[in-house]
Design a protein around this ligand. Structure first.
Ligand code: FAD
Length: 424
């Protein structure tokens, strides 16, 4: 019997899932699949909180499918090898996936597409994780990608108003293939459950977002980032609920898509400054200071609170992310790539495009970055955004002496940046 396979990746939900709905509309029975990709897992510690989260979400999907007489097929290994086995095992007519725009995912999908093509199987990809894909918002003058956020946002909004999103139809629940597969224990893929849990998202603050979003103690943000990362909610569902009711909030979702298209069109940003004129900066890269920054032992209370929040919960408030990133690059003159890598290891919401884009923004090397001479004063930031130290005292109880004097560090950074630009 011919079937179609829907392959879950970063879209861990049954409802409002474009490629899944398309698969269920195909008229064929749908087998839902997830592959724990060994190449990704190899890089992660045994108790990685993101793996735990993915595992739990898959468990929920599996249970829902069980109610429908189906199962989630979970495989573990190199995706190409897994697909070869699946092709042997089933009569597959088509493979349905949602598009993924990261360089690794593009390469992976290209390989699977070639394999599918060679077997006469259709490999069908659908836009799902964004409102507008990387080639949908281009400069009208030359059809090149935008590298400045504001005109990108204006174009995005113009297009959005012309073609608002609509919720997708409900899934056809009786079109899943009837199979009875066991859901594997997490130990089978070499992991254990993490003590760090992902917080549920909360859209109730969105009306007051502009007033509260910069104050970490107010907890005024949505906590959507992890959910958008792994697709436990779709960006359409968020926008269908909120529309344009909060322009500032919507503009943050547009930043997400802005950085996704930057990474798609300029994948070299992974290793390089977006602006080559900063290539001459001589980073100090002091290992001891980097360790202190990682632990939250810099003696700057807001920086330390942020890093400790990150280490303990896998999350850090956005205002504080900006302060710790600026501190690393400017006060300590440590290469933004070091900070980016540490965030990548710790953040539950780690997203290559947003992480890279924001680190380059903080370092001043990015496409539409903060000017290099804008150096956050971490003490002033604390006074302004956590005046009662409510947030800071939650994470820091031992107030250490600063590892570097602010005035001195500011001057040193200005000189290093200037010299770097002039040497180029
Ligand atoms: P909210 O303030 O409620 O925002 C709603 C959503 O908008 C977020 O969930 C996110 O999808 C998007 N968003 C908000 N701010 C940004 C932004 N500056 N850039 C891109 N998208 C944004 N965000 C990530 O999702 N993954 C990362 O790896 C990441 N790394 C970062 C590194 C640094 C140095 C900095 C300064 C920011 C980083 N951000 C990253 C952006 C931002 O800090 C988080 O998206 C936000 O704090 C997540 O919390 P929230 O969902 O409550 O956000």
């Amino acid at each position: 019997m011919d079937i179609v396979i829907f392959w879950f990746r970063r879209d861990l939900r049954l409802e409002d899932n474009t490629a899944l709905i398309e698969a269920l509309e195909s008229g064929k029975q749908v087998l839902p699949l997830f592959i724990f990709d060994q190449q990704i897992l190899n890089e992660l510690p045994w108790n990685d909180a993101r793996v735990s989260f993915i595992y739990d979400e898959l468990g929920k999907i599996h249970e829902e499918l069980r109610q429908l007489g189906s199962s989630l097929i979970v495989r573990h290994g190199n995706p190409e090898e897994v697909w070869k086995e699946l092709i042997d095992e089933y009569e597959i007519q088509s493979i349905y996936v949602n598009e993924d725009y990261e360089p690794y995912a593009i390469q992976r999908d290209e390989k699977i597409k070639q394999l599918a093509d060679s077997q006469g199987i259709d490999f069908l990809q659908f836009k799902d994780q964004v409102i507008f894909g990387p080639n949908e918002i281009l400069k009208p003058s030359d059809h090149k990608p935008y590298t400045i956020y504001t005109p990108y946002k204006n174009k995005w909004l113009e297009k959005f108003r012309q073609s608002p999103t609509n919720p997708l139809p409900a899934i056809k629940r009786n079109h899943f293939l009837k199979v009875n597969e066991e859901f594997p224990a997490i130990e089978k893929i070499g992991f254990q459950k993490s003590a760090i849990k992902v917080r549920a998202y909360d859209l109730s603050n969105v009306g007051q977002y502009q007033q509260s979003r910069d104050f970490p103690a107010q907890d005024g943000t949505s906590y959507l980032s992890v959910h958008l990362r792994f697709g436990t909610i779709s960006v359409r569902q968020v926008i269908d609920q909120l529309g344009e009711s909060d322009q500032v909030f919507l503009s943050e979702l547009i930043w997400r898509e802005f950085f996704m298209q930057i990474l798609f069109h300029f994948p070299e940003v992974i290793n390089e400054n977006f602006k080559a004129k900063y290539d001459g900066i001589v980073w100090r890269n002091d290992e001891d200071e980097f360790e202190k920054w990682k632990k939250g032992d810099t003696g700057y209370p807001l920086v330390d609170a942020g890093m400790r929040q990150l280490n303990q919960t896998g999350y850090m408030h956005n205002r504080v992310r900006m302060v710790v990133a600026s501190f690393l690059c400017k006060h300590l003159l440590i290469d933004w790539r070091w900070g980016e890598a540490y965030f990548a290891e710790k953040l539950l919401d780690y997203e290559l495009s947003s992480n890279n884009g924001n680190w380059q923004w903080s370092a001043g090397t990015g496409c539409d970055a903060a000017p290099y001479f804008r150096i956050f004063n971490p003490t002033e930031q604390l006074k302004k955004f956590d005046p009662d130290m409510e947030y800071t005292k939650k994470w820091v109880t031992d107030f250490l002496p600063p590892i570097v004097d602010h005035k001195f560090a500011r001057q040193r950074a200005l000189e290093a940046y200037k010299a770097g630009i002039n040497s180029n």
